[in-house]
Design a protein around this ligand. Structure first.
Ligand SMILES: [Zn+2]
Length: 310
């Protein structure tokens, strides 16, 4: 992964880590994007009541964009439609796409907030989501932003950009939930954080949030995933780029999720965000754990032993 473009802890290429050798078309097939799928009805109570207010760009209440958002918006904002919800601004071509994404985004926002036991987020602006529908437009953006050319979607800080051809709008893929969860987590922790933590949280949160949104049970938080989650811990903690080998990449994600799941569900959920803030300050996991969980662990070895039993 080209960490030279932007810090890897802030960016995630949709599906990139899973299938980098595949073509864009294959990626979209895998994500169930780019085909005319009928819209699944969203039952009341699962984001169905999200207010999506369409406005000209000049009247959008939060126009602050990061660099890639500015690139996506381009010189002529009127080439997009714009609409906003409580926490998101959505730039789109087909309103039905914007509605689906708005419902999911606000639903996941509530879910993340609940799971972090947060009263409010730490972000002073709305998150922008760009829904591209034309290949040429998307490829131009990807080239301008210097993202990987095969990307089907990218999250960066609190922004998300992705391609759904011709308003086909099946945004239900769990992988998209992963990307959206990155953007939302950034609202609660708007800092640079270690790669394992960023990916681990997105994996931990997105499986359950997506399942709940679709009303298909409690969700899969890693324990039900196929494959081992035994990526070497010290290597995981030190990683600043994805492993080169494909099978290692899968294991990296699973192990990141396992560690985050351990921190949130097996220790003390209310101390997760304080621990994350320590890591964002540059502390090692060892010193953060020994400070935040001083009553539980006298040494990092004790922590590691308990984690390994999880
Ligand atoms: Zn990711």
């Amino acid at each position: 992964m080209p960490a030279r473009i932007i810090s890897i802890s802030l960016v995630c290429w949709l599906a990139a880590a899973w299938v980098p050798a595949q073509t864009l078309q294959q990626l979209q097939q895998r994500l169930n994007m780019g085909k005319a799928a009928p819209a699944a009805p969203v039952p009341a109570g699962r984001g169905a009541d999200v207010q999506l207010v369409e406005r000209p760009w000049e009247q959008i209440t939060d126009q602050q964009l990061f660099e890639h958002g500015k690139t996506a918006l381009g010189q002529n904002p009127s080439k997009w439609h714009h609409a906003e919800t409580e926490h998101f601004v959505i730039h789109f071509h087909k309103r039905i796409d914007a509605q689906k994404v708005a419902r999911q985004a606000e639903f996941y926002y509530d879910q993340v907030k609940k799971d972090l036991l947060a009263e409010k987020d730490r972000f002073d602006r709305k998150s922008h989501i760009f829904l591209f529908e034309k290949d040429a437009e998307w490829h131009q953006f990807v080239a301008d932003a210097k993202f990987m050319e095969w990307s089907a979607g990218v999250s960066y800080r609190s922004e998300l950009y992705f391609l759904s051809r011709q308003g086909s709008g099946d945004f239900a893929a769990g992988t998209l939930a992963h990307e959206m969860t990155h953007c939302i987590f950034y609202r609660f922790v708007p800092r640079r954080i270690p790669m394992w933590l960023n990916e681990g949280f997105a994996e931990f949160e997105s499986g359950a949030a997506y399942a709940k949104f679709k009303g298909i049970g409690g969700g899969n938080r890693g324990s039900g995933r196929r494959g081992e989650a035994d990526f070497p811990l010290q290597k995981l903690l030190a990683a600043t780029e994805y492993p080169k080998d494909q099978s290692d990449v899968h294991e990296f994600y699973r192990t990141s999720e396992r560690l985050v799941r351990f921190l949130i569900t097996k220790l003390d959920r209310s101390r997760f965000v304080p621990l994350v803030m320590k890591l964002a300050d540059g502390a090692s996991l060892e010193s953060a754990v020994l400070e935040i969980h001083a009553d539980k662990f006298k040494s990092f070895d004790e922590f590691v032993k308990r984690y390994e039993k999880s």
